[in-house]
Design a protein around this ligand. Structure first.
Ligand SMILES: CC(C)[C@H](C(=O)O)[C@@H](O)C(=O)O
Ligand code: SF4
Length: 416
């Protein structure tokens, strides 16, 4: 019988063929813990009277509130450092970047691996063909202690992206369109298996990360992009990790990239996706470019391209938070950073930044933010009535200049 990519990976790990619905216990290749969950993770291990079975397979990332915003966080981060030293566990400290970006950069997610993270966007590892999934502190502690985890093999949804993106349309627009079509619960506990065909294979690793990242906003257990294009050059992809024409899917969705237009997700639900044209003109107070969804060098470059020679509207705060130290370094080296600064951007420490409203750009009541992140839930970035519009870095940059929601193309019209 044909197998989906999720079934293939979990079969390989289980050492026997398994299908959707079966329970399996599998070896875990990497356990990722974020700062905000680390305290609970330590407590669970203590309760189990256990320590990580394979220390080299565990990583802790200090990214969500970094640098520490208050005394409580500072103490928690101190504990992370000390605990890491005591147990020989890798700790990526303040400034290294957002967990998912860091793990990919460090090669700690590989095609065919199982990676479990204490963070819902662990689906991002699917960009390189890893089965990445988010779990709570208890499951994460058990995975670290035993080196294994149990899973119900998920059913899969097949999402086919065809063709090439038109100029000015990005992987973020494609990802938002995918969530709109699947809906917020449409892929609950399923693997979203993404096929890139007829030119879409050209999508970069970063663009694939954007797609895999957003699958969890449709409820996905994992988001697996079929390895192709540059992934085949960058990684050793196991020969069994290819799509199977006989595989069975719970449903199939097709998206023609060549017909796509810029998209925006309107508060307060990620699947409330519209064309930018429909909400154009909405006045904006803050623009945030960054996160595990869109804080990579290509995202900063795309924003810089729009911002070059222009100034941010006087009433707008433009916050740029590179997804990692590597991204920041590259942006400094190639001039992107200067372009952003000249336009009026302020740059934050690589990490999550204001994405979840803990620090570095909390929204006041009634404020409106255009963000390149992945969640626009009520209260996510601060005040319950503050509004978050999710968009691509290009649309975010154009909106910062205009002071209202718009695309770079429409902005040109205004300035012409
Ligand atoms: C803090 C963390 C557990 C949380 C998540 O699981 O996703 C955060 O990263 C988020 O994006 O809301
Ligand atoms: S950048 Fe945002 S979505 Fe990504 S891990 Fe951090 S808080 Fe979560």
């Amino acid at each position: 019988m044909g197998q989906t990519l999720a079934e293939k990976i979990l079969s390989h790990k289980a050492g026997r063929p398994v299908g959707a619905g079966e329970l399996v216990v599998v070896e875990v290749d990497q356990v990722m813990v974020v700062d905000s969950i680390a305290g609970s993770f330590f407590k669970r291990l203590e309760y189990l009277e256990a320590t990580p079975r394979y220390p080299e397979r565990v990583s802790i990332v200090i990214d969500h509130v970094a640098p520490a915003a208050n005394l409580e966080v500072a103490k928690a981060q101190k504990e992370i450092r000390e605990w890491g030293k005591r147990h020989g566990i890798r700790v990526f400290d303040v400034g290294r970047g957002v967990c998912h970006q860091v793990l990919i950069e460090e090669g700690l997610a590989q095609p065919g691996w199982v990676v479990v993270g204490s963070d819902s966007h662990s689906t991002t590892y699917g960009a390189v063909g890893a089965f990445g999934t988010g779990m709570g502190a208890t499951d994460i502690a058990l995975a670290a202690a035993s080196g294994r985890t149990w899973l119900r093999v998920p059913e899969s949804v097949k999402v086919v992206f065809r063709g090439r993106l038109p100029k000015g349309v990005t992987a973020k627009d494609a990802a938002l369109e995918m969530v709109r079509l699947l809906t917020a619960e449409g892929a609950t506990y399923m693997a979203v298996e993404i096929h890139l065909l007829d030119g879409a294979e050209a999508l970069t690793r970063g663009e694939r990360m954007t797609l895999a990242n957003l699958t969890v906003e449709a409820g996905a257990k994992a988001g697996l992009v079929v390895p192709s294009g540059e992934i085949l050059e960058m990684y050793r992809v196991p020969d069994w990790l290819y799509p199977d024409p006989e595989a069975r899917y719970a449903k199939e969705v097709e998206i023609d990239l060549s017909a796509l237009t810029p998209r925006v997700s309107v508060p307060f639900y990620v699947d409330n996706v519209h064309e930018v044209a429909e909400v154009k003109g909405k006045r904006v107070d803050q623009v945030f470019i960054g996160t595990c969804t869109n804080g990579r060098i290509e995202d900063l470059r795309a924003a810089a391209e729009v911002l070059r020679g222009r100034k941010v509207a006087p009433w707008v705060r433009l916050l740029v938070v590179p997804a990692s130290s590597q991204v920041l370094e590259e942006a400094a080296r190639d001039g992107t950073l200067l372009t952003l600064l000249e336009a009026g951007a302020t740059i934050g420490t690589p990490g999550c930044g204001p994405c979840m409203g803990r620090h570095m750009g909390v929204l006041a009541p009634g404020e409106v933010c255009v963000s390149t992140s992945n969640r626009n839930f009520r209260g996510r970035m601060g005040a319950p009535d503050a509004e978050i519009y999710l968009a691509s870095p290009r649309v975010a940059a154009a909106s910062a200049v205009a002071g209202y929601l718009t695309t770079p193309e429409e902005l040109e019209e205004v300035h012409a």
